[in-house]
Design a protein around this ligand. Sequence first.
Ligand SMILES: [Zn+2]
Length: 212
Amino acid sequence: MSKYLQRSLRISPVYCVTDDMQYFGGSRNTGQNLSTTRCRHPDCSELETLGHVLGQCPKGELLINARHHRVRHALAISLKTLNWEIHEEVHCVSSDGSFRRADIIAINGRLKRALVLDPTIRFERNLNQATEVDIEKKSIYEPCLPYLSQKYNVPLKQWSVIGLLFGSRGSITKFTWNYLKELHIPFDSVMSVLINIIKDSLQILHHHLYFN
Ligand SMILES: [Zn+2]
């Protein structure tokens, strides 16, 4: 078992040991061609790995989006309960004029803090993923901060952008865990998010394998 999963297990209730090199191609139960490792979806030619099915396959796109929306909304509700002003799926404009959509805008006048939170669910691959996601999200949303600062009338210096990685097999990284803890999001709420991720991922997998 990788160190990543070992660490995740300390705070994650559920996990799956199937690694990303496990192919589903040629499932016995669905009459697929046993000679191929390519995805069974006719519009997809990728290798049919667990990571592909849970994160990228167009066959599960609607369910993958629904899983993300559920995580976003659960975090938004938790912060709202903690008296943060919350806005979800906020249209914003980057410094180069391009349009973006921020998952969660959280504003707390008492704490003089404003956050752009972008929860992201990805297949667990390595220990650097959480940092990479955070850097990626900062590069996307920090150029939007002047726009958001003006829109919500919150000084620019109070804003920060955080990319929060969750594993598609229900794991959570130390980075994400510590950040949610700092925001005082209750343990039970985090556990609920993780359990719902694994439920939704199982549904995505089931849909991929058994529905045409
Ligand atoms: Zn596919």
